[in-house]
Design a protein around this ligand. Structure first.
Ligand SMILES: *[C@@H]1O[C@H](CO)[C@@H](O)[C@H](O)[C@H]1NC(C)=O
Ligand SMILES: *[C@@H]1O[C@H](CO)[C@@H](O)[C@H](O)[C@H]1NC(C)=O
Ligand SMILES: *[C@@H]1O[C@H](CO)[C@@H](O)[C@H](O)[C@H]1NC(C)=O
Ligand SMILES: *[C@@H]1O[C@H](CO)[C@@H](O)[C@H](O)[C@H]1NC(C)=O
Ligand SMILES: *[C@@H]1O[C@H](CO)[C@@H](O)[C@H](O)[C@H]1NC(C)=O
Ligand SMILES: *[C@@H]1O[C@H](CO)[C@@H](O)[C@H](O)[C@H]1NC(C)=O
Ligand SMILES: *[C@@H]1O[C@H](CO)[C@@H](O)[C@H](O)[C@H]1NC(C)=O
Length: 297
């Protein structure tokens, strides 16, 4: 839910637990600590938050760039007959791909079916890591000290542009995954106080209410610690950088009869102790449809 009622702006909590960015009933945008309803740990259903003052990352500026990779948890490697990579695979999505936990996922004409090039929109539910403190050349053991918290994300992927039109043998991740609004995430950044160990969480994806992915982050090939240290080898990770950590089995990759997403399909991605994002695939057919009201800066 995007609309939160602001109860108090009078004090700053010692530490946020479920950090959300939201538009309040006064029309202004705030960071806040989501107050959970009594019956769920899914911050998607929060309707209230305590306002946070100051910068959630300390004194640093938030970058608007998403860092993304797709190291594949073991089950997908088995079902898809893919080779387990020796090193994590890293690629980037632009910040314009960010989307809220509830807005539509826009699909412009070039990604819809055209003649014999069939639209092949696929889902990928993922654990997402948010960096708090700059990291360069750090070790696995140091990695979690650089993490603000975790959330769930949908790495929306068009297999036709990613693979078929990718220029064998190289895929082209950015055309296949980088369109506006193709990285829904949220509904809150749950801090490391609440999730000290990111490798014990259930992760699921439902399409039109039917479970398609149901896995545990314990099965990731490379854990969060190693991903962070590996990426920091020569590239400084900055406060606010967002790392999507790859998806388990249950996508359309390797399926004999794929069931790709079409206009109107509803995808829910969920992570234990974090909550859900639920977004509808929406074909956008004109440039006025495409003017991006889907992501919030
Ligand atoms: C929680 O309770 C409210 C009513 O207080 C209900 O509307 C909502 O569906 C419940 N949510 C869940 C996830 O059970
Ligand atoms: C952040 O603020 C503290 C206290 O005001 C200051 O000591 C510190 O140097 C600042 N850090 C940066 C990176 O600006
Ligand atoms: C698909 O259609 C294009 C023309 O639009 C044609 O050049 C191409 O050979 C066709 N490919 C297949 C596999 O039929
Ligand atoms: C990276 O860290 C290692 C120790 O873990 C150190 O030996 C090396 O000099 C560091 N490299 C750079 C460029 O800082
Ligand atoms: C995932 O599988 C577990 C164990 O079979 C089951 O309890 C749970 O309901 C499943 N989750 C979803 C979203 O289908
Ligand atoms: C994976 O490989 C096995 C054994 O080579 C084969 O039987 C199976 O059909 C393959 N699965 C896919 C999805 O290619
Ligand atoms: C775009 O066109 C498709 C197919 O005609 C239609 O189902 C969809 O609703 C249209 N989208 C918008 C945003 O008008």
């Amino acid at each position: 839910m995007l609309q939160f009622l602001v109860l108090t702006a009078l004090f700053l909590l010692a530490g946020g637990e479920r950090i959300v960015r939201f538009i309040s009933s006064d029309g202004n945008t705030y960071f806040g600590d989501a107050i959970l309803p009594a019956n769920t740990t899914d911050a998607f259903f929060s309707t209230r938050a305590r306002v946070i003052q100051g910068d959630i990352l300390g004194n640093f500026t938030v970058t608007r760039e998403i860092k993304l990779l797709a190291p594949l948890p073991s089950e997908r490697v088995r079902t898809g007959n893919m080779t387990i990579p020796q090193w994590p695979i890293l690629f980037y999505k632009p910040w314009t791909a960010l989307n809220t936990p509830s807005d539509p996922i826009p699909v412009s004409a070039g990604f819809q079916t055209q003649g014999n090039f069939t639209s092949s929109m696929d889902w990928e539910g993922e654990l997402v890591v948010v960096i708090k403190k700059a990291a360069y050349n750090i070790t696995d053991d140091e990695a979690l000290d650089h993490v603000l918290g975790y959330t769930v994300g949908h790495d929306v992927s068009h297999r036709g542009w990613q693979i078929e039109r990718g220029g064998e043998p190289q895929p082209q991740y950015s055309m296949g995954k980088g369109a506006d609004g193709w990285a829904p995430w949220g509904p809150a950044i749950v801090t490391t106080d609440i999730i000290p160990d990111p490798q014990v969480l259930n992760l699921h994806t439902k399409v039109n209410g039917v479970t398609q992915q149901n896995a545990t982050t314990a099965d990731m090939i490379f854990g969060v610690k190693h991903l962070i240290s590996f990426f920091s080898m020569g590239t400084t990770l900055l406060p606010g950088d967002v790392i999507f950590t790859g998806t388990p089995s249950g996508t359309n990759l390797g399926k004999v009869i794929p069931q790709y997403l079409v206009n109107g399909d509803v995808v829910e991605v969920g992570l234990e102790n974090v909550g859900t994002c639920t977004n509808t695939i929406r074909y956008v057919n004109t440039s006025s449809d495409s003017v991006n009201s889907f992501f919030r800066l």
